[in-house]
Design a protein around this ligand. Structure first.
Ligand SMILES: C[S@@+](CC[C@H](N)C(=O)[O-])C[C@H]1O[C@@H](n2cnc3c(N)ncnc32)[C@H](O)[C@@H]1O
Length: 482
C-alpha cells in the first residue's frame, strides 16, 4: 500500500518534472522571441473588431450569414493597400471560409483563388458570386415574389432533410414542417433561384433553432430538452420561420440590387469585378496543383490549434446541404488537424516532396520540446484529453506542408499575411506565431512582421488559476518570399 507520505513525494516529483519541462519550453520560447524581437510588435491599428467578423455584421453581403471566423473587410483592404495589390494580380486564400478575402479582392477588380473544404463556406461563396454576377432580373423577381407571397405556406407537399445525431431536435415541430414545405416548394423554381433559396434557408437556421454556435460544439437551449451541464442555457429569441426567411430574403435582395440603406459603409465597386475561382476541397490536396510563382498575395486565416470543430458548429447548415453522418466524419478528418478527434494524416503519401517541410518541423526545437511535454503529460494521465498531443503535432506538421506550398506558388517578393492565435495546453504556452514564422523562414521567407493585437486573448479561468495569467497573443504575421 502507498503511504500518504509516498503519494505526496510522488506528486512533488511529478510537479518538479513538469516544472523542469515547462522551464525548458520557456527558455526555448524566449530564445525564439529574442530571434524575432525586431519584428514582433503590438500594432494599435489592429483590434479584435478589425481582425474578426464583428465589423462585418452590418455590411451588405457580409451580414447575410454569421460566419464568426470571417475576416473584416477593413483588414483585407488594409493589407491589399499596404502591399499595393492591384487588378491584374492574383490573391489566394487557401482557407477561404466565407470568402471574405475573395470578395474584397473582387470588389477592387482583383482576381482570386479560394480553397475551402466545408460545403457551408463553399455555398456562401457560390451564392454571393451568383447573385453578384449571374442572377437575372427575372430571377430576382422570383425572390421578391417568395418574400411577399410566402408560397411554401400553402404547399401540400414536403421534402425531408438530413437530421444528424448532433442536430436532432434542433427546431420546433412547426419549423420542421415549414422547412420541409419550403424545400418542396423550391423545386418549382429554376436552378439558380433554387440555389439562392437554399442558401437563404441556411442563413436563418441558427436563428430559428434551439442552438447557438459555440466554438467546439453547438450549445443547446434549455427549451430543446437536449440541454446538458449544470447551468441551463437560454439563447433568447428563437425566430419564427416565416419572419426569419422573409427578413433574410429582403436583405439579400436589397444588398444584391444595391438598394441598401446608404448608412452602410459600402460602395459599389467602380472597377470591373475581379474573378473568383473557388476550389472545393482540402488545401492539402489542392495547393499542390497551383503552378509555381503565380500568386501575388496569400491572405488567410487557417483554423487555430484550439479544438474548434467547424463540422460541429456548422452542423445545421451542413445537414441542410446534404451532408450525412458518413460524410461529416470524413470532412472532420480531412480538415486541417485542429480537434482532438483528428487522426494523423499520411502527408508523404499526399506529396512525397513534403519530406522537406517534415524535416524542417522535426528540427524545430521548441515545437519538439512542447510535443515531448504533452506526450509525457499523456503518459502521466494528467492531460484533460489524450488527443491533444496528436492534434498539436498534426497542426504544425500539416501547416509546415501548407507553408512549403506557399513558398512555391508565390511570386518572388510576394507576401503571406496570416491571422492566427497562440494557444496553451497543460500549462505550456504554444507560440504558434513564432513557431510558424520560424518554419516559414526555413522555406526562404523573410519574416517581416508579427503584429500583435493590443489586447491579447484571455484564457479560460481554469487555466488562469492553474498556470498564471500570461495572455496569449493573437497576431497577423507577414512573410515575404525572398
Ligand atoms: C478561420 S476560418 C477562415 C475564415 C475566412 N478567413 C473568412 O474570412 O471567412 C478557417 C477555414 O478553413 C477551412 N478549412 C479547414 N481545413 C481545411 C482544409 N484542409 N482545406 C481547406 N479549408 C480548410 C474551414 O472550413 C474554415 O472555413
Amino acid at each position: 500500500m502507498t503511504s500518504m507520505f509516498e503519494t505526496t513525494t510522488n506528486l512533488k516529483k511529478l510537479r518538479s518534472k513538469d516544472d523542469n519541462l515547462l522551464a525548458g519550453i520557456d527558455d526555448l520560447d524566449s530564445n525564439l522571441k529574442e530571434k524575432y524581437n525586431s519584428v514582433l510588435s503590438i500594432d494599435t491599428a489592429l483590434n479584435r473588431q478589425i481582425v474578426s467578423f464583428q465589423a462585418n455584421k452590418t455590411i451588405p453581403f457580409y451580414r447575410w450569414y454569421k460566419y464568426k471566423e470571417g475576416f473584416s473587410v477593413s483588414l483585407l483592404n488594409h493589407y491589399f493597400s499596404k502591399f499595393g495589390i492591384k487588378p491584374g494580380q492574383i490573391v489566394l486564400d487557401p482557407f477561404a471560409g466565407s470568402g471574405a478575402s475573395l470578395f474584397a479582392a473582387s470588389d477592387l477588380g482583383i482576381d482570386s483563388i479560394g480553397i475551402e473544404l466545408l460545403p457551408t463556406g463553399q455555398e456562401l461563396i457560390k451564392a454571393r458570386n451568383l447573385l453578384q454576377n449571374n442572377f437575372s432580373d427575372d430571377e430576382f423577381s422570383r425572390l421578391v415574389s417568395w418574400k411577399e407571397n410566402k408560397p411554401w405556406i400553402d404547399t401540400e407537399n414536403s421534402d425531408d432533410f438530413i437530421v444528424l445525431k448532433i442536430t436532432n431536435g434542433a427546431y420546433t415541430e412547426e419549423s420542421n414542417v415549414l422547412i420541409k414545405k419550403y424545400l418542396s416548394c423550391m423545386k418549382n423554381e429554376n436552378i439558380n433561384v433554387q440555389k439562392i433559396l437554399l442558401f437563404t434557408l441556411c442563413c436563418i437556421l441558427e436563428s430559428i433553432s434551439f442552438t447557438r454556435k459555440d466554438g467546439q460544439y453547438l450549445r443547446w437551449d434549455q427549451r430543446s430538452g437536449r440541454c446538458w451541464g449544470s447551468i441551463p442555457f437560454d439563447k433568447g429569441e428563437i425566430k419564427h420561420f416565416n419572419d426569419a426567411i422573409t427578413e433574410k430574403l429582403g436583405e439579400i435582395i436589397a444588398d444584391s440590387k444595391g438598394i441598401t440603406d446608404s448608412l452602410f459603409d459600402f460602395s459599389e465597386p467602380t472597377a470591373k469585378r475581379g474573378k473568383i475561382n473557388l476550389i472545393e476541397g482540402s488545401c492539402l490536396n489542392e495547393l499542390q496543383k497551383i503552378p509555381d510563382d503565380t500568386i501575388d498575395l496569400i491572405i488567410t486565416s487557417p483554423p487555430y490549434c484550439n479544438r474548434y470543430d467547424y463540422t460541429r458548429t456548422y452542423a445545421l447548415e451542413l445537414a441542410m446541404l446534404g451532408v450525412d453522418e458518413k460524410k461529416l466524419l470524413s470532412l472532420r478528418q480531412e480538415m486541417l488537424s485542429c480537434t482532438v478527434e483528428n487522426r494523423e494524416k499520411k502527408l508523404l503519401e499526399i506529396n512525397p516532396s513534403w519530406a522537406i517541410p517534415l524535416a524542417a518541423v522535426e528540427s524545430q526545437e521548441l515545437l519538439q520540446k512542447i510535443l515531448f511535454f504533452l506526450n509525457y503529460k499523456k503518459q502521466e494521465k494528467t492531460l484533460n484529453n489524450n488527443g491533444i498531443p496528436r492534434m498539436v503535432k498534426g497542426y504544425f506538421y500539416e501547416m509546415a506542408c501548407v507553408i512549403f506550398e506557399f513558398s512555391r506558388v508565390l511570386k518572388h517578393d510576394a507576401r503571406v499575411a496570416m491571422v492566427n492565435d497562440n494557444v496553451r495546453y497543460a500549462g505550456a504556452s504554444i507560440s504558434v506565431d513564432l513557431i510558424l514564422s520560424d518554419i516559414a523562414a526555413r522555406f526562404g521567407f523573410e519574416v517581416e512582421s508579427i503584429s500583435v493585437l493590443p489586447i491579447a486573448k484571455g484564457n479560460s479561468s481554469q487555466q488562469m488559476g492553474e498556470h498564471g495569467r500570461d495572455a496569449l497573443r493573437k497576431c497577423v504575421y507577414t512573410w515575404r518570399k525572398k
